[in-house]
Design a protein around this ligand. Structure first.
Ligand code: HEM
Ligand code: HEM
Length: 228
């Protein structure tokens, strides 16, 4: 218990440190904007912090009688969470690069499904390539969570799973719809203010966090899987 609390404190301190490094990087005369890589690191470490806090809370709230013994679903859940982290990183790249306005079209990316740049340019710094990865990963995650739901629906006798397995499916669907609307309203961006695009972008970021938390909750239930 104490070690978990210390870990939580250290994670919080590390988060503040990265935040300060971001602020400091903007204290110059040439470039006030935060680099998208630093923003992604700060965002991902905030998610690790929130995930750790959730896991800690769940371990206090849910006892062993609720654990589910199913190794294949446990690994599928863990795999989806890993891909989700990559997607959240690319979401931060989208926001940090202000990439939405570069290709505010859907389903194509400015008319292309496989833009030329994916063969020639960087996947860390080219906005179109960042669009490509963020969209592709979204569709992959949607399919995987669909498969996950079908598999999870075949498991009986676990009340918490039966009650909450709809959450990841609902959240991923809402998330994708929000992402698309966010994208196509990007041309309406308000400088130094809050308009439709800004509200949608906030909602898109918030639902992304809920989606991650819902999958972590499911992984917590499967933590007994390895005993079988
Ligand atoms: C427990 C502590 C903290 C948490 C959980 C936290 C979390 C976050 C989150 C979730 C974002 C939004 C990231 C995004 O849009 O991708 C953010 C942005 C930011 N944070 Fe923190 N933060 C913390 C501490 C700090 C501290 C101490 C500083 C600076 C001294 C800081 C500086 C910033 C800056 C500059 C941004 C926004 C940069 C931008 O959008 O241009 N943060 N933080
Ligand atoms: C599983 C699905 C998805 C997840 C988990 C996800 C996650 C995220 C996150 C966390 C951010 C914001 C990060 C930040 O502010 O630092 C973001 C930004 C963004 N995403 Fe997604 N996303 C998903 C699907 C999509 C889809 C399908 C689209 C559009 C086709 C989309 C378009 C955008 C856009 C335009 C931004 C930038 C918003 C801004 O500039 O603030 N996303 N995404």
């Amino acid at each position: 218990m104490i070690s978990k609390l210390v870990a939580l404190f250290l994670l919080g301190a590390a988060q503040g440190l990265i935040g300060w490094i971001m602020v400091k990087s903007g204290l110059n005369d040439d470039n006030l904007y935060v680099s998208h890589i630093r923003l992604a690191i700060h965002f991902i470490s905030a998610l690790v912090l929130i995930g750790f806090t959730l896991w800690f809370a769940l371990s206090l709230l849910i006892d062993e009688t609720h654990y589910i013994f199913n190794n294949s679903l446990k690994w599928l859940t863990a795999g989806i969470i890993l891909i989700l982290f990559a997607q959240l990183t690319y979401g931060a790249f989208m926001a940090g690069m202000k990439a939405a306005t570069v290709a505010p079209t859907w389903p194509s990316i400015n008319g292309d499904y496989f833009p030329e740049s994916i063969w020639k340019q960087s996947f860390l710094y080219n906005s179109i390539n960042i669009h490509f990865v963020h969209r592709m990963l979204a569709y992959i995650i949607l399919i995987l969570i669909g498969i996950w739901f079908v598999k999870a629906s075949s498991i009986k006798d676990y009340p918490l799973l039966s009650k909450y397995r709809f959450l990841p499916v609902l959240l991923v669907a809402v998330q994708i719809v929000l992402g698309i609307f966010c994208l196509v309203t990007a041309t309406m961006q308000v400088r130094n203010g809050f308009g439709v695009f800004e509200y949608l972008a906030q909602a898109h970021q918030l639902v992304a966090m809920f989606l991650l938390m819902s999958m972590l909750f499911m992984l917590f239930l499967f933590k007994g899987g390895s005993k079988v």
